[in-house]
Design a protein around this ligand. Sequence first.
Ligand SMILES: Nc1nc2c(ncn2[C@@H]2O[C@H](COP(=O)(O)OP(=O)(O)OP(=O)(O)O)[C@@H](O)[C@H]2O)c(=O)[nH]1
Ligand SMILES: [Mg+2]
Length: 455
Amino acid sequence: MHGSLTGWDDTIVALATAPGVGAIAVIRLSGQNAINIVDELFPSRKLNEQQTHTIHVGILKYKNEVLDEVVVSLYKNPKSYTGEDIVEISCHGSPFIQEKIIEIITQLGARIAKPGEFTQRAFLNGKLDLTQAEAVADLIASNTEASRNTALKNIRGGFSNSLAVLREELIKFSALIELELDFSQEDVEFADRSTFKNLIQEISNSTTQLLNSFELGNVIKNGVQVAIIGKPNAGKSTLLNVLLNEDRAIVSAIAGTTRDTIEEVININGVLFRMMDTAGIRTGKIDEIEQIGIGKSIQKAEQADVVLYILDLSNAEDISTDLDWIKKLKKPYIIIANKVDAIDKIQISLPDETIYISAKQHDNIDAIKHALLSKAVKGDLNTENIIVTNARHVDALQKLKTSLNDIAQGLNDNIPGDLLALDIRQSLYYLGTITGQVTNDDQLDFIFSKFCIGK
Ligand SMILES: Nc1nc2c(ncn2[C@@H]2O[C@H](COP(=O)(O)OP(=O)(O)OP(=O)(O)O)[C@@H](O)[C@H]2O)c(=O)[nH]1
Ligand SMILES: [Mg+2]
């Protein structure tokens, strides 16, 4: 069935475990010839005659050369990840053995899989819908509890289910409209327009809710970029080290110590913050390298999601130039007044929301963490609601929203049923592109090319 369904009659092979030395490595084959190919290498047992979901220990042998002692797992179609016959060979984890076995398998007729090709076949064989397949890649890439949970929810169909509900409602209505068209001579109205108006409003609200969740989804999936900015010697590198709990950046009393951007990741309550320590910003007599560093700092501030601006309380004379700089920032920022330990009394007036710390004495650092979380994470991380994490879905949801507006407009203007039907079909089309009922090959290749090989 697989060949006819997908148009593929070739068998693919890839290393499913990470490349390099390990205790064991797993080589995975999928396709019509997967079992036959391994049968040729596996003298101890006829794999073709074995039950699905069984494992077999034995040697792998090619032309009288023993390659390795392995464990072979069998999954016969359609009960496998791809829906095709799958064989997994667990061999010893030497790169030499891995490569040798894969090479021989390709000589016997299999082809090296493209990135994501196993999952792509699973999709095309109806094992997963597109959002579930995409969530597989997200799960592999997940690096915090929050990103893992969202990906798992989507693999189980969370996002797809909420779209399926919307889709079903629309289909029901469009069927009624199409029915009306069949009776167009008789001027009947099967589809009650005011009920439909409400329905469109409801779907539109859900779409907006999903779109709004992307801000949080993006934070969960990609983390938050934070640029630590300020004058030389303000204590930026000291603060980075304190946040990281290690001496990562060089700290010194010499202004202009940090020349190049340093980037490190910290995890605050399950969210990754990518902290960038930058060269202190100043004007006047500076060398060429420092000037380049300053240029980079400004660029990093512009790229960041949040700016941590560090003021030096022990050097208060020119804090007004700092405040001028901050005012020009067109993004969320947190003002941090550092070195409270070095002064007796705060002489200057600073914005109310300023956080006073001593980086050197690790004082009030938690306040910075709280502020970062509340600036960057809008919404509840532990929500049971569906969170959109994928830019492709956002694009389709935006188009869906526009076409829902067209329907609403059409209903207000009392446009004829056939025109309404067109708009509804357009909305259904965008819904379908998300879960994969509507696809084109280029789009699929693009989505799956972002996977790792062997998945
Ligand atoms: N008293 C006191 N000194 C601090 C504090 N934080 C940093 N310093 C000192 O200030 C000096 C400069 O600190 P750095 O962390 O290197 O400053 P920076 O902002 O990274 O400086 P550049 O890399 O040159 O831009 C060092 O001597 C630190 O020990 C603090 O909270 N209190
Ligand atoms: Mg520094």
